[in-house]
Design a protein around this ligand. Structure first.
Ligand code: PGA
Length: 247
C-alpha cells in the first residue's frame, strides 16, 4: 500500500515557528516523494497559515482533532466543515493524549470519526494500550474494544481510513515498540478491522506511532502491514522528518 507519514506537531510550536517549519518543509520536500503521502498536522490556530505555506506543494494538511457537530453553541470547538474549508484532508481522531488527559471516551471518538468521514476527510484513528494494560496481557482486548467502538457500522464509501497503532508507553519516551510487537499488533488490527468493515478494510492503511525516528523507521517498514508512521517529536525538525519519509 502507498505509504503515509504524518507529522503531529501537537502544541509544541509557536505560530511563527509553525509557519517557518512549514516553509522549510515545503522547500526541502514540497515536491513530494514517489509512492508516499506526506501530511502535516499543526495546532488549530496555525492550520490556516501553514496551509498557505504548503499551498502548491505535495504536502497535505491535517488537523489534530475535530468536533463532531457542524455548527452551533459549542464554545471552543472547531467543526469538521471548517477544517475542510481550510484545506484539511486528514484529521487525527482519538489520540491517546486526548483520551487520557482530556477524558475523550470511545463514544466521543466514534462520533468524531463519523463526522470527519461525513465531511469527506480521512480520519487517522489512534489506538493503543498503556504499559499497565500491556503488562496485564490486555493489549488485544484494548485494541479490539477501541476498534469495535470506533468502526462498528461505518461505511467508507469513497473515503479512506488510516489506523495508527500507538502504544501509549512508546509515545514521547524514546522507547519505541519492538518491530516484532508492531507486527503482532498490526496483524490483530488488520484482522479485527476486516471483521468489522468487511471489504472496506482493503482501503485501510495501518501505521505505527511512538518514538519514531530517522534511525528506527526502516525496521518498522520491513514488517508486513506497516504503511507509514504518525510522528510527534521527530516531525519538529524538517531534516529528521525527511529522513523518516525516505526510509
Ligand atoms: P512521538 O509522538 O513520535 O513524539 O512519540 C507520536 C504521537 O504522539 O503521535
Amino acid at each position: 500500500m502507498r505509504r503515509i507519514f504524518i507529522a503531529n506537531w501537537k502544541m509544541q510550536l509557536s505560530h511563527d515557528e509553525a509557519i517557518s517549519l512549514a516553509k522549510e518543509m515545503a522547500k526541502k520536500f514540497g515536491k513530494g516523494l514517489p509512492d508516499r503521502d506526506i501530511v502535516v498536522a499543526p495546532d488549530q490556530t496555525a492550520i490556516c497559515e501553514v496551509g498557505k505555506a504548503l499551498k502548491g506543494t505535495e504536502i497535505m494538511l491535517g488537523a489534530q482533532d475535530s468536533f463532531w457537530e457542524e455548527k452551533g453553541a459549542f464554545t471552543g470547538e472547531v467543526s469538521p466543515a471548517e477544517l475542510r474549508n481550510l484545506g484539511c484532508l486528514y484529521v487525527i481522531v482519538g489520540h491517546s493524549e486526548r483520551r487520557q488527559k482530556l477524558g475523550e471516551t470511545d463514544e466521543v471518538v466514534a462520533k468524531k470519526l463519523r463526522a470527519v468521514l461525513k465531511d469527506g476527510m480521512t480520519p487517522i484513528l489512534c489506538v493503543g494500550e498503556t504499559q499497565a494494560e500491556r503488562d496485564a496481557g490486555e493489549t488485544e482486548k484494548i485494541l479490539e474494544r477501541e476498534l469495535t467502538s470506533a468502526l462498528s457500522g461505518v461505511k467508507l464509501g469513497n473515503t479512506e481510513l488510516v489506523i495508527a497503532y500507538e502504544p501509549i508507553w512508546a509515545i514521547g519516551t524514546g522507547n519505541a515498540a519492538e518491530p516484532k510487537d508492531v507486527r503482532a499488533e498490526h496483524g490483530l488490527i488488520r484482522k479485527t478491522t476486516e471483521e468489522i468493515l468487511g471489504g472496506d478494510a482493503e482501503k485501510v492503511r495501518i501505521i505505527y506511532g511512538g518514538s519514531v525516528s530517522g534511525a528506527n523507521m526502516k525496521e518498522f517498514l520491513a514488517e508486513p502491514d506497516v504503511s507509514g508512521a504518525l510522528v510527534g517529536g521527530a516531525s519538529l525538525k524538517a531534516d529528521e522528518f525527511l529522513k523518516i519519509i525516505k526510509s
